[in-house]
Design a protein around this ligand. Structure first.
Ligand SMILES: Nc1ncnc2c1ncn2[C@@H]1O[C@H](COP(=O)(O)OP(=O)(O)OP(=O)(O)O)[C@@H](O)[C@H]1O
Ligand SMILES: [Mg+2]
Length: 607
């Protein structure tokens, strides 16, 4: 509650209208004639209930009139009394029918909005998600959905019906009593609404300070208890009590003021209604004396006014909550309006992979404008060939993989697959054709089997097992008590780094795309396991264009071409033996790693 009050400051009425309009379109959805029919039916029952609701006081009036006719002998107007009861039941019945019929419309709107938001979030770029906290996003959706629910309930079941009732009652009063009476009733309610909203606006600041005082008292108490030991070390209990009480006193004061302002609101409301009542009853009383009206009429006008203002009793609360809800809904709808930095070209075609030739032409890129990561990178992966990228940490190797997958667009230059610029093909088709084993694998909090199937959800069990065989993880999984049903824990943290990597390899093998990217795919494995897996990887990459990123150079010696990335540019290129002959960067990296390895082999027996 406290957080949503803070948001009131940022509220903006033009936004609210936009939000309500967007929301309205979900309640009157195109191509859903069943739902539109429901809206119409619900409206019909709404009107029916309200008309009947206005008819009820008339029945009461007629009954009273019969009682007050002293000339004829008194007989009990049983049929009128029963009609009165039945009419009351009818009001309730039609009201419930309206809610029941409308429920599907409201629920459908909520579902579609939540789904659209979710879809939209998935269509936004990686950049957007990296710069946002996921928790924050889900909170926006959660609040927005709650806001929708509230607005829906109160707009449709409270505010709209009441507005309709005001109109109907005014009409009935004008018809039965005359224009002046209608005017008084209408003005009373208008003034009532106006004052309620004004006083509620004025009260908001008291509610807000009450909420912030409460938060501050809570924080103090928690902080103090967390520091229990420190408080004891310094014997500062009295100081803590004092600080806590200071916050409590603030809360006390704010709560009292808030209650006072609530009383002001209630008194204002009652005063307006009473004045209205006095005015109409005085006039109607005159009418009774002058024999223009009956006693029943006198009761009738009273009943009308009281019946009208009952649902308005909570108007202050409803107004405040709807305002909060609208702010939350604004935020959610704003999210839907964020455009993706990486969007499909309007004329985008599906990528057609024939040979799988990947080409980077003078590619320049930076995550931000003031820091260039790639400064003109050129390379070509021929059909079925393997290109390896090596280079120091932070050189931009993973960035190249992300660009090929089109998580980002290049700032200059071009990336093509079989001659098609990847900016001009659909992202879906592009990504279908590329399999990535990323540097850091994160798994879904589900079973190992689920995570491998993720590569190709419609694969058979057999295909899945074959993929995990190739990724050298099948034996491990089979040795687990729960086998493929073993849960992997949040983000896959119950698996070791090497196991996670092999699950990632297995699911990419299962996906079976024509282009592969291995970004340090075996970095977390010991060299024995790595050798084993290397054979499998070589097997699956023979017929595919493959981009391998590696630190351990021993894993790339067989690549058709190796490029050394340095300072955002290709510093050296060639095959393993060519590069060794060059005695440059690659050669020195190679010898250094060889040396380290022989050291670790030498020192191995000692440990
Ligand atoms: N989303 C991002 N926003 C801003 N800068 C980024 C982003 N991702 C990476 N960088 C920066 O870009 C540079 C290149 O990163 P990249 O991940 O491509 O390095 P790498 O060569 O793969 O390194 P490593 O071998 O450590 O994986 C790094 O300096 C990194 O800090
Ligand atoms: Mg990397």
């Amino acid at each position: 509650m406290s957080a949503s009050f803070n948001s009131i400051e940022t509220s903006d009425n033009t936004n609210h209208w936009k939000t309500l309009k967007t929301f309205g379109s979900y309640l009157w959805p195109e191509n859903r004639w069943d739902l539109r029919l429901r809206v119409l039916l619900a409206l019909f029952f709404l009107v029916l209930a309200k008309v009947l609701n206005i008819y009820v006081p008339f029945l009461l009036k007629q009954t009273i009139d019969i009682f007050s006719q002293t000339i004829s002998p008194l007989t009990l107007p049983l049929s009128l009394i029963i009609a009165y009861g039945v009419a009351r039941l009818g009001v309730a019945l039609f009201g419930e029918l309206r809610d029941f019929i409308f429920a599907k419309v409201g629920q459908n709107a909520q579902r579609v909005i939540a789904l659209n938001t979710f879809k939209h979030l998935h269509s936004l770029s990686l950049q957007f998600h990296l710069s946002r906290q996921t928790g924050g996003l889900s909170r926006v959706i959660e609040r927005g959905t709650r806001g929708i629910q509230f607005v829906l309930n109160f707009m449709t079941f409270n505010i709209l019906p009441t507005l309709l009732e005001i109109v109907l009652v005014t009409g009935a009063v004008i018809y039965h009593f005359g224009f002046l009476y209608g005017l008084i009733i209408f003005s009373t309610i208008t003034i009532y609404i106006f004052l309620t909203i004004s006083v509620t606006e004025w009260r908001l600041k008291f509610r807000k300070s009450m909420n912030s005082a409460e938060t501050s008292a809570n924080t103090k108490a928690i902080d103090s208890l967390l520091n229990f030991e420190t408080v004891k070390y310094f014997g500062n209990e009295e100081h803590e009590y004092y600080r806590f009480d200071l916050s409590l006193a603030k809360y006390e004061k704010a709560a009292v003021t808030s209650q006072m302002s609530l009383s002001v609101l209630n008194i204002t409301q009652a005063a307006v209604i009473s004045l209205g009542l006095i005015a109409v009853m005085w006039m109607a009383g005159q009418g009774v004396i002058n024999k223009v009206f009956t006693v029943g009429d006198f009761v009738l006008i009273n009943t009308f006014l009281i019946q009208l203002y009952l649902p308005l009793n909570f108007l202050g609360f409803v107004y405040r909550e709807i305002k909060n809800s609208l702010v939350d809904m604004d935020k959610m709808f704003e999210l839907i309006q964020v455009h993706s930095d990486v969007a499909d070209d309007p004329n985008a075609q599906d990528l057609m992979v024939t040979k799988g030739v990947v080409e980077f032409k003078d590619v320049q890129f930076g995550y931000s404008q003031n820091r260039q990561i790639l400064k003109g990178v050129n390379f070509k992966i021929g059909a079925g060939q393997t290109l390896a990228i090596v280079g120091s940490s932070g050189a931009g190797k993973s960035t190249i993989a992300r660009l090929l997958f089109r998580f980002y667009d290049v700032t200059d230059g071009q990336i093509t697959i079989d001659g098609q610029d990847i900016r001009h093909v659909t992202q879906k088709s592009l990504r279908q054709n590329i399999g990535v084993v990323p540097q850091d694998t994160v798994l879904f909090n589900d079973s190992i089997g689920y995570n491998i199937f993720y590569g190709k959800p419609d694969a058979t069990e057999e295909q899945m097992h074959k993929a995990s065989h190739m990724a050298k993880i099948h034996d491990f999984i089979a040795s687990l008590p729960q086998g493929y049903d073993t849960p992997v824990g949040e983000r896959g943290l119950k698996l070791s780094g090497g196991e996670k990597q092999r699950v990632a390899i297995a699911r990419t093998i299962l996906k079976n795309p024509p282009i592969l990217i291995f970004d340090e795919a075996t970095s977390a494995l010991d060299s024995h396991k790595e050798k084993e897996i290397q054979a499998s990887l070589q097997e699956i990459s023979t017929s595919r264009s493959t981009l391998v990123i590696a630190h351990r150079l021993s894993t790339v010696v067989n690549a058709n071409e190796i490029i050394v990335l340095q300072d955002g540019q290709v510093a050296e290129r060639g095959t393993h033996s060519q590069l060794l002959k060059k005695r440059g960067l690659y050669a020195s990296m190679w010898f250094k790693q060889q040396e380290e390895q022989s050291h670790s082999v030498e020192s191995a027996p000692e440990t």
